[in-house]
Design a protein around this ligand. Sequence first.
Ligand SMILES: [Ca+2]
Ligand SMILES: [Ca+2]
Length: 447
Amino acid sequence: MIAAILITLLCFCSLHPTFGQDCPSRQEIQGSLKQVQKLLSAHEASYLQSLRNLKKKINLLQSSTGKQTTRAINSTCPKLDAPINGRKLGKSHGVGHEVHVLCDPGYELVGSESRVCQESLTWSGQQSTCRDINECASSPCQNGGTCVDEVNHFSCVCAKGWAGATCQSPTPTFFVTMTNTSAATSPATAAAATLPAATTGPFVRPSRCTIMQGTTHCTCEPGYTISGRDSNTCTDIDECELFHNGQAGRLCLHTCVNTPGGYRCSCPIGYNVTRDGRSCKDIDECATRQNNCTKDQMCINTYGGFQCVQVDCPKIPNATYVKTSPMRCERNPCPVDNKACSQTPNSFSYHYLAVVSNLSAPRVMFRVSALRPMGDTLRFSLLGGRQARRHFTVQRSDRVTGQLMLASPVQGPATLEAEVEMSELERRVQLGRYITKVTMFVSQYEF
Ligand SMILES: [Ca+2]
Ligand SMILES: [Ca+2]
């Protein structure tokens, strides 16, 4: 500040020599300069002192935080065990960490669901235990039945003359018709009753009833449920209908077929059910000789079917082509100075792709690359009319590679065709043209 004022003063005087008699003399200026120097030295000394103090404070702070960190690392809360009939989520017992307690189905939580390891190295909240839910609390057994609470469910011991899961049905007369041929599972089992065969069918079965201490218990085979007013019949559970819009997703990816006591998934023609029984897997007709392609044709496996394709070299004016591999035709050498011939494509390559319906897009379907590029420029372009332009684009992916991109998902069944042209140029003069014809078979289904 002082230095700045002094410099302004000196400048002012030098710029205005006419005010000479008002300006301080050289000695006066030198004296002022010395004073300023003294002042600056004093400032410097006090600044250095405060810097030293600051450094000391920082060191003190650093050492104290270091100690705290070491203490935090070594400090954990006592180990928490998972409750009986429950699970503990969270393994760390360090300060600030949290554990959660979940009870098994049929059990309810008593205490805290979440507990945090506190600075005091104790857990927050209350000890967590899992208590068996009393399903009998709502008195589900009717007509004088006694409720027996079991894990995750209850059972009713019905009064005489009543049956059913909640003792809701009067016991039909035939329940008391004892049959000695039925197997008794324990001494407590008095007898088992069966229905006459006439009322049974694959989707309806008799229930198995046992009479214990004068009351009747009826159960069904897996896949069946007690039905009707009486507990005497079991009806097949239609899993396809029941789990039609299940949270876990559809039971089957294609068609669900209800069967007595179960269900199965079925697939459209051309697919087999996968090992997990839910999904559908394409049958490779080309690998398994389940195709009718002739010797001249090539079998292309597609999702849900197959295609027999025949590669014939194109017939275009001014040039002739010869097949050099099953999927490639090359131009026969052109006569010298035949410009019309030398401007026709040097080769045609054929590629067949099988894709599923509604494939996500944009995505690269095919790449065309020049192995030994000639000339100074490579150009890639899309041929093949309006249909090709609606579904595809061609982009360059590096100096020598072009890629055919699917622009938007295609709903099958459909067959799409596109042609990618690669041309080599030297100073804008065409050296060669190479055509790649891509045929894409889109399946009807999305698997
Ligand atoms: Ca069923
Ligand atoms: Ca197939």
